[in-house]
Design a protein around this ligand. Structure first.
Ligand SMILES: Cc1ncc(COP(=O)(O)O)c(C=O)c1O
Length: 435
């Protein structure tokens, strides 16, 4: 089957939208070829406009924890739609979603927004307002959305496009940002020794997922929390990707609960929106009390807490039971093991890494513990692997730097499609690596 309709749509899209897409990595530039335009999705599968079906391992980049068009989420959304789409006034759905987040995570209060970018941007403003300090510390390869101050050495799309920062962000916007190597304890000690009394916050992905999946080394997040506490800075744990994905309680539930640290602020997105634009930031009550209208730190949004998004997010979180995470673990483990074996059999250097139920496959020998190591990937080998999988009905992220996302709707048949495709894709990667 050809990709005629996708190609025609891509030509039309490219005429009216830069690069033909509304978010860069969708353009397939890192892997070549034409992006597939999607017509519909159900459970673990996508169908493109040419009628081709794929087992989806992107899951809208994380939100689709229970699969596409889950009947209960769809029914809840239909019910909400019939009552109107936005009021610009508070609703019960927002309260319920906030209560659900507070119940599952250590945050005491939460504010809903519409994107992960807004959540991290607002969390940083709040940290600066609360501490009265300006400097923000982040880690190379961690992506926190397209917030000016955080677009210094961010992973994901920027890595994929090999852009060292981005045009359009003035030096003054990142002048107060310090970028450290991920998992580097000495660098943390050094930056606090040098300017600890100027640091408003450290922000980190709770487990890095935007340079491929790199879990924090045991005790690393704990060290960040403790160091921040010692110096009067706030520890901001970005769980936009990991939240309600890495585990029922996000990455915090995996290492925070174990190691006994609690972030001062957390950010959420993706799963908590159930496929709609919803995100949140939350944390300690005394910190959140600095937020407008209670406190002096301004933050607002026309569509914040949108009733349809809140309903979809709530329905998704209510479905996200232990059984859901158990199914994702089983399906994910089968895919990880088979990918590992196929690439080993083909002699392709690789590393499979996980953070809870989140995982990715690096096309370089492991272990990968930071951004420099992640950048040693053979992206040409990944591109060949990606296209071989696509040709066999598996939709992987069109970039070597992304996590692979499995849902609880990935049944044995869907997993088998992936397993069947892997040996030939690994062989294609081997050929590309040789070339
Ligand atoms: C960890 C993390 N933080 C923030 C963001 C930004 O979220 P959004 O794309 O909804 O603005 C992302 C998006 O991938 C993310 O992975």
């Amino acid at each position: 089957m050809t990709s005629e309709r996708s190609e025609a749509l891509f030509a039309r899209a490219s005429a009216v939208t830069p690069g033909g897409v509304n978010s860069p990595v969708r353009a397939f530039r890192a892997v070549g070829g034409t992006p597939r335009f999607i017509r519909s999705a159900s459970g673990p599968r996508l169908v493109d406009v040419d009628g081709r079906e794929y087992v989806d391992l992107v899951g809208s980049w994380g939100p689709m924890l229970v699969g596409h068009a889950h009947p209960e989420v769809s029914a809840a959304v239909r019910g909400a739609l019939a009552r109107g789409t936005s009021y610009g006034a508070p609703t019960e759905a927002e309260v319920q979603l906030a209560e659900e987040i507070v119940a599952r995570t250590p945050v005491e209060q939460v504010r809903l927004v519409s994107s992960g970018t807004e959540a991290t941007m607002s969390a940083i403003r709040l940290a600066r307002g609360f501490t009265g300090r300006d400097v923000v510390v982040k880690f190379a390869g961690c992506y926190h959305g397209h917030v000016d101050a955080l677009l210094a050495s961010a992973g994901s799309g920027l890595t994929t496009l090999a852009v060292p920062g981005t045009a359009g962000v003035p030096e003054t916007a990142t002048a107060l940002t310090r970028v450290l190597r991920y998992n580097d304890r000495d660098a943390v000690a050094e930056v606090f020794a040098e300017e600890g009394d100027r640091i408003a916050c450290v922000i980190t992905e709770a487990a890095a997922g935007n340079m491929g999946v790199i879990p924090p080394e045991p005790g690393f997040n704990q060290l960040l929390a403790q160091t921040c506490a010692q110096h009067g800075a706030l520890f901001v744990s970005d769980e936009v990707m990991t939240g309600f994905r890495a585990s029922r309680r996000g990455q915090w539930g995996l290492d925070g609960a174990l190691e006994g640290w609690v972030p001062d602020l957390m950010t959420f997105g993706k799963v908590m929106g159930g496929g709609f634009p919803a995100a949140a930031f939350g944390g300690r009550e005394d910190v959140m009390a600095m937020l407008s209208p209670v406190g002096p730190v301004y933050q607002a949004g026309t569509l914040s807490g949108n009733p349809i998004a809140a309903t979809a997010g709530l329905a998704t979180l209510r479905l996200a039971t232990d059984e859901v995470y158990a199914r994702i673990t089983t399906a994910g483990d089968a895919i990880k093991d088979a990918a590992d074996k196929a690439l080993s059999d083909a002699g392709v250097p690789h590393a499979v890494q996980s953070a809870g139920t989140m995982f990715s496959v690096f096309f370089t020998g492991g272990p990968v513990r930071d951004y420099d190591a992640a950048q040693r990937q053979d992206t040409a080998a990944y591109a060949a692997f990606f296209h071989a999988m696509l040709d066999r009905g598996v939709y992987l992220p069109p970039s070597a730097y992304e996590a692979w996302f499995v849902s609880s709707a990935h049944d044995d048949a869907a997993v088998q499609t992936v397993l069947d495709a892997l040996p030939a894709a690994a062989a294609a990667a081997r050929e590309a690596a040789r070339a």
